[in-house]
Write a protein that binds this ligand. Structure first.
Ligand code: 5GP
Length: 196
């Protein structure tokens, strides 16, 4: 079991509706040493890739993405949630349905910050159905930049986002993959990973 899996078992709370709460160390109160440990692990798993930018989505991806950007020594960009319907041509836009809030947001990234020369590592805290990652991928691809990899802290492997993205050929690395969880018994089962 790796350091993140251990922490999830210790401090994660399984809620009804397939939601794993990790607000004491990842989503609300943040353990920065853990963020740095995750960043080092992403650096190892994506070594050799010509990554020059890290991209995430506000708000909960930002903390991890900052640590990742520091170890890769590259800038971090976060896609902003925007309610504005008058988005001008200077922005890349994607529609992202929120798994936790059950609403849809437009997310935007300024065209100034992504171009065809860029090699992007996309980072997020959770992967469930893949809406957030697909939105970020569509922004990177619209800019002509290359998606070098997808780095996720916690993938819920019983939802199909990860499976579809791997089948599409993206290099997806999730530090912990939850294959099953049960709110009644508070049990969490992780997938064995070769490179963990
Ligand atoms: P997806 O877009 O893949 O369906 O869901 C991923 C997004 O929803 C993440 O950005 C994350 O913020 C949120 N999310 C999905 N599942 C969970 C969960 O079980 N717990 C928490 N805390 N956030 C989740």
């Amino acid at each position: 079991m790796n350091f993140l899996e251990e922490r999830i078992l210790k401090d994660g709370v399984v809620k009804p509706g397939n939601v794993l709460k990790v607000e004491s160390f990842l989503n609300h109160q943040m353990d920065i040493t853990l963020m740095d440990q995750m960043a080092d692990e992403f650096k190892r798993r994506f070594s050799g890739k010509p990554i020059n930018k890290v991209l995430t989505i506000e708000a909960s991806g930002i903390g991890i993405a900052c640590s990742v950007a520091r170890v890769f020594q590259v800038p971090m960009i976060f896609a902003k949630k925007s309610k504005s319907i008058n988005i001008d041509g200077d922005m890349y836009v994607a529609e992202v349905e929120s798994f936790t809030h059950k609403n849809t947001n437009q997310v935007i990234v300024s065209k100034k910050f992504l171009s065809p020369d860029d090699h992007v590592l996309i980072i997020d805290d959770f992967l469930a159905n893949g809406c957030a990652l697909n939105g970020l991928i569509s922004i990177v691809e619209a800019s002509g930049a290359t998606v070098e990899g997808l780095g996720i802290a916690i993938e819920k492997g019983f939802q199909n986002g990860g499976k579809i993205l791997r089948e599409k050929g993206y290099h997806l690395e999730s530090l912990a993959i939850v294959d099953a969880m049960d709110a009644e018994t508070s049990s969490i089962q992780f997938r064995e990973q070769e490179n963990a």
